[in-house]
Design a protein around this ligand. Structure first.
Ligand code: FE
Ligand code: FE
Length: 167
């Protein structure tokens, strides 16, 4: 994320840079989820991915609202972290033939994505508050809640997959 680039001099610069990092990530996730929906076998998992695809589109537009509130251009900066998580997911999913194992791999990949988003939004909310941007913080918190709920749903799906596999 070019953390040490010279254009980041203060907390506000760092906050805007990190908004652009997660903006890039959310748009990348919008592109990745349809492929995960295609690969998922379990219908609840597929449905969960479809629901989260819609939510993720909302996350993109919420960030655009935040950029507007901050008076800066809505643009992404390359986020190698999310690129790596998604590349790894595609690589593993491409190698797995067994449907049950493939679903397990998809759940694990999706949880890695949600956890990445949760850490970013958690940080952004505290920085927004530090900088006195309470309206932006509230918008970011709405998204964080949906990421957490998605992660919880994925944990439940992972558990029911294990139970089914054992039955
Ligand atoms: Fe998101
Ligand atoms: Fe998400």
């Amino acid at each position: 994320m070019g953390l040490f680039s010279k254009d980041i001099e203060n907390m506000n610069d760092l906050y805007i840079h990190t908004l652009r990092d997660i903006y890039y990530a959310e748009k990348k996730i919008v592109k990745a989820l349809p492929k995960m929906i295609e690969k998922a076998t379990n219908s609840n998992l597929r449905q969960g991915f479809e629901t989260h695809l819609e939510e993720t589109r909302t996350h993109v537009s919420r960030l655009e609202k935040v950029f507007e509130l901050e008076g800066v251009e809505a643009k992404g900066v390359t986020c190698p972290a999310i690129d790596g998580i998604i590349d790894e997911a595609n690589e593993i999913a491409g190698e797995v033939d067994d449907k049950n194992v493939l679903d397990a791999a998809l759940i694990a990949a999706a949880q890695a994505v949600e956890h990445y988003e949760m850490t970013r939004y958690g940080t952004l909310i505290s920085w927004a508050e530090e900088l006195g941007r309470s309206q932006s913080a509230a918008i970011l918190r709405d998204t964080l809640e949906e990421e957490k709920a998605t992660d919880d749903k994925l944990s439940d799906l992972a558990e029911s997959r294990v139970n089914q596999a054992a039955a």
